[in-house]
Design a protein. Sequence first.
Length: 314
Amino acid sequence: MNDIDVCDMEKSYGSVQAVRNVSLSIRRGEIVGLLGPNGAGKTTLIRALVGYHFPSSGRVAVHGHDVVKEPIAARAAIGYLPEDAPLYTELTVREIIEFCAGAHRLRRRAAERIEYVIETCGLARVLDADVRTISRGFRQRAALATAILHDPPILILDEPSTGLDPNQIVEIRGLIRSLGRKKTVLLSTHMLSEVESVCDRVVIMNEGLIVADGPTAEVVRSRGESKAYCVRFTERVEDPARLSSIPGVVAVHLEHDRDDSVFVLEMAHGGGETIFAWAVENGLSVRELTPRTASLEQVFRSLTVDDDAPANEG
């Protein structure tokens, strides 16, 4: 059964079409990463799912409830953690959780659910601290606690790791993975490593469209059209731009900042034999040549960067 169903959704703001003919189904129990550059349509899609606005056309359903026809039931099925989640900074963590329990009308279940979210989100040591005095990591945990308090089957998390230090990021990711064992999770993020670490599946949006959708490894394999090689030359390469003249090379990267003899070459066609032949013709010796598999970052850039567009200055 699908917990999220989006069919032919479109959303326009005046003459601007933010989402174009998007269809997406997320099965119960999946953890799905939503990627895309700024302006790709991610936020518009999420706002439609959580009921902040209705689609201009198409159908959006959450846990079997149409967001237009059954908005209250649809919203009740979602726990939403927005980016920079607002919390009442003058209240303690305990007071915020108790306030939200009342807002959700948990009544007899309140004590049980409050105890659960405190333990699950690791908030015991800051319960009686004012929100303004705790770290950003604990604020994110407190916000997540309010999102799962009413035990929704679906979690929608928008940039949950923004502003956290590396240790806090690891902790939040572990918490998301743990919650994902029991719930459906849609995770919107700019951090590709977060998707690779946490998610079963990746959806990439660009210019209002879904341009890739599937298990991460499968998306990389099917969309990674260029091959990459790490090549170490015996000699220093004084002018790395020369490497762009190798037939089939589409990008050249210096592997180590302090070593101008080791490069990663992305190739649309050709292979190791092409690199060797070019090196001989140009008076260079290849000391080492190692194939590299495509990465999610390479696939993301290939799907979302317009190489013909003028550079954005400033």
